[in-house]
Design a protein around this ligand. Structure first.
Ligand SMILES: [Zn+2]
Length: 333
């Protein structure tokens, strides 16, 4: 090891939806002439979202999420077009199609992880519209593209559901390349929301606490999680959620990693929490089961060899990385 080299490992860089690699051009967002000039560039490209799913060009097994701005205009009415940033290949936008451009066929089935709706753009059979979670699970795109799709989805979700001023109720309009909405009636400015969620592995050194919700895939156990509330620190939210869901008291809380989570627009804040008690009193409205797992059990869950058939969360989820870091002893809990 060379002098000054670090063994620091940023787990956040390994989770799904991290790695947004654009220059966000945040200092130029209020320069409308600049944004218009970017839109006019021949190398400008855009991701496209219909309702809240990416629209993809499909050719054989290959999926391509990129459209020229002229191609976007040909898909139908565009509700909003936001500037995500720029990379060496050119300016990058994300476009939200008006709902009138697509049609939804609800597919009956059990509610679960995947969005089962079938969304089509009439007359455009060469396009595929598919939920981002299943695209990510099958590794459809590289990390930077997946991160851009996640960021675009979260930002456009906010625009689609914040069309009116929350102060006075008048319609609001997009500004700053899509990173603000403004109300012309009361002059209020509104900014895109990111909702913080704490997700944590409580452990007593030798065992960690995992739970499962009824909607999880069969046999899968995961870290407990919940929304951070106004007036709370991350540490307080972690201790409260573990107490509420499993009745386990915790002391020291350590941040491990974070993850942008575009379902619809959260930041997952991953932590370890030192358990001070071991009896589990489960919140049966939230969880179907909760139990302690040894490191050997956790490793078996990753390897598919757990004697009871229990499995770990999928690699795109931060819970996978929290559990793996603990199970492999890769970070000091
Ligand atoms: Zn207003």
């Amino acid at each position: 090891m060379t002098a000054g080299a670090s063994t620091f490992r940023e787990i956040s860089a390994e989770v799904g939806y991290s790695g947004f690699a654009l220059d966000r051009l945040s200092e130029r967002r209020d320069d409308q002439a600049f944004i218009d000039s970017l839109r006019g560039q021949a190398n400008a490209r855009s991701l496209v979202v219909a309702r809240d799913m990416p629209v993809l060009k499909s050719s054989g097994d290959a999926l391509d999420p990129w459209f020229t701005l002229a191609q976007v205009a040909g898909l139908g009415p565009v509700r909003e077009s936001v500037l995500l940033g720029r990379d060496p290949a050119g300016p990058v936008f994300a476009s939200l199609l008006d709902d009138a451009a697509s049609r939804v066929d609800e597919i009956p089935g059990e509610p679960g992880f995947m969005d089962r709706r079938v969304i089509v753009i009439p007359g455009r059979d060469e396009l595929r519209i598919q939920d981002l979670r299943s695209l990510t699970l099958k590794g459809a795109f590289d990390r930077p593209t997946t991160a851009l799709l996640g960021g675009a989805k979260s930002l456009l979700y906010w625009h689609a559901r914040h069309r009116f001023c929350s102060c006075c109720g008048a319609p609001s309009t997009m500004a700053a390349g899509g990173w603000r909405r403004e109300c012309s009636a009361c002059k209020a400015a509104h900014f895109p929301r990111t909702d913080p969620v704490v997700i944590m592995l409580a452990h007593d050194g030798d065992r960690c606490l995992l739970g499962r919700q009824p909607r999880f895939p069969k046999g899968m156990y995961s870290a407990l999680a919940g929304f951070l509330e106004p007036g709370e620190t991350i540490e307080e939210a972690v201790r409260r959620e573990i107490m509420e869901e499993a009745g386990v008291a915790c002391g020291e809380v350590r941040f491990v990693a974070s993850q942008p989570w575009p379902f619809p627009a959260s930041l997952m804040i991953g932590c370890f929490a030192r358990a001070l008690s071991s009896e589990i009193v489960m919140d049966q409205a939230e969880l179907e089961d909760a139990r302690w797992f040894s490191r050997a059990e956790a490793r078996a869950m990753f390897e598919g060899t757990h004697p009871e058939g229990f499995t770990a969360p999928q690699h795109l989820a931060i819970a996978h990385h929290l559990l793996k870091a603990w199970a492999m002893g890769g970070v000091d809990p």
